[in-house]
Write a protein that binds this ligand. Structure first.
Ligand code: ATP
Ligand code: MG
Length: 425
């Protein structure tokens, strides 16, 4: 058996759907989670900071599961153990780790002593109920181990053939058993699940997401968390002119997104009266763009209080009439903070696929009365003129209105652990 190459790093977009296989390796040895990291490996002198951030995020994601022990192995591998945890609890731990940004692969592994017979027996047991071809992939992080990687692979491979009679296929094996020799132990495992990839949340600073109840903005939030931003959420409801349904949706969306960043804050601003005010100031075709600008101004005022350095929206170029190039430019003009639009070049179908993968699509598709469908003019301006908008805002004193709206914000802390979880930020 020759050494197989490492699985290619994927961006982990399938991660939210596939289940972590509980069947990793059977045998008497401790089950734990081994994770492969991606870009974090490349970050040179920042590595320490990255690792500290990632370790904190891992601990936060494992909250409530019992005590865990974290070990960093070189730049690219983290081992998470749960001493005394049952296999089921460790499987739950692996499940949670799939959502931690910065992790590229999650493996449920058996941790065994550095003894060739034990390693071989564990690998043989791991393939016990498998059919089809197989390959052994061995690697040594500890080069002092008496056998080379290919010697280990050959030895274990022969034992598998003898025990199960499975045919070897090094190119496209149906089953792979991996053996990783470390300083104090050896890890044996079969399958891996792609993680989210990206950078640890918090590495890139803080931003505020404008979260509607729609499909796009939760996907935008996920994308930016994945690039290391810690986010807070701001939702505008049509209250008092609509029911609270959109707030429930925003709450459920944040609870789902909290899996990727533990300790989320959702601010809800009742926007109905402000929309009414805009309408009676005679904005007509400019209503939508004017109210989006007011949302952005309010978001900027809140971002200032929160120390957020950017705003995030789910805009995609040309998707709706308020998202033409001219209108987006008119939106940028409303605030000084940068507006990040990670979906700008994506098609709706791509965004929907992504929403499905991160588990927000079904929530976004629930019916609600969006604040923006309230008071929507029959005709929407596709080329809003900035001077016209500024003039309307001057009449209204939009800056002051935005400051006032921030004071009406209600804070919620939707947690993926449910409502009983202690709040952390
Ligand atoms: P989404 O699917 O995210 O609702 P959309 O395609 O419906 O987006 P718009 O309604 O024009 O497009 O909204 C564009 C962006 O403006 C949203 O992605 C979101 O970031 C922000 N936004 C719109 N409505 C609200 C709201 N009620 N509260 C907070 N942000 C909002
Ligand atoms: Mg919308």
């Amino acid at each position: 058996m020759a050494v197989m190459s490492e699985p290619e790093a994927v961006d982990g977009r399938e991660a939210a759907e596939a289940a972590v296989p509980v069947r990793s390796a059977s045998g008497p040895h401790e089950l734990c989670v081994l994770m492969k990291l991606g870009e974090i490996v490349l970050k040179g002198s920042n590595r320490r900071l990255f690792e500290r951030r990632l370790h904190n995020n891992i601990r936060a994601a494992a909250r409530g599961l019992g005590e865990i022990k974290l070990t960093q192995r070189g730049a690219g591998v983290i081992i998470v153990r749960m001493p005394g945890g049952s296999d089921l609890e460790v499987a739950e731990l692996a499940e949670r780790m799939r959502n931690v940004m910065g992790v590229v692969w999650v493996h449920l592994v058996r941790r065994v002593p550095k003894d060739l017979d034990t390693v071989t027996a564990t690998a043989v047991a791991a393939l016990a109920d498998r059919t089809g071809t197989f390959a052994v992939k061995a690697r040594r992080r500890d080069k002092r181990f008496p056998l080379t990687s290919s010697e280990i692979a050959r030895h274990v491979g022969s034992a598998v053939v003898a025990a199960h009679g499975l045919p070897v296929d090094l190119k496209r094996p149906a089953n792979t058993v991996a053996i990783e020799v470390d300083k104090d132990e050896v890890f044996v495992f079969t399958d891996g699940i792609p993680g989210q990839g990206g950078l640890p949340v918090g590495m890139s600073g803080r931003a505020l997401v404008l979260l509607s109840g729609g499909i796009d903005s939760p996907v935008a939030a996920h994308r930016m968390m994945r690039r290391g931003l810690k986010v807070d959420y701001l939702h505008f409801s049509g209250m008092p002119f609509t029911g609270p349904e959109s707030i429930y949706k925003a709450y459920s969306l944040v609870r789902q997104l909290d899996r990727f960043q533990v300790g989320s804050r959702l601010f809800v601003v009742p926007f109905g009266k402000a929309q009414q005010q805009l309408k009676s100031s005679g904005v007509e075709r400019l209503q939508i763009v004017a109210q989006r600008r007011l949302m952005l101004k309010t978001a900027e005022a809140l971002a200032d209080d929160l120390g957020a350095e950017a705003l995030i929206t789910g805009d995609a170029l040309g998707q709706v009439s308020s998202q033409t190039m001219t209108n987006l430019t008119a939106l940028d003009d409303a605030v000084d903070l940068p507006i990040l639009r990670p979906l700008i070049g994506m098609d709706k179908t791509e965004i929907m696929d992504q929403a499905r993968r991160i588990g927000t699509l079904t929530i976004s598709e629930l019916p609600d009365e969006d604040c923006c469908t309230l008071l929507t003019p029959r005709q929407v301006e596709t080329a809003a003129k900035i001077p016209d908008l500024r003039q309307i805002e001057k009449r209204l004193d939009a800056e002051e209105l935005a400051e006032h709206l921030v004071t009406t914000a209600q804070l919620h802390r939707p947690s993926f652990l449910g409502d009983s979880a202690p709040a952390t930020v």
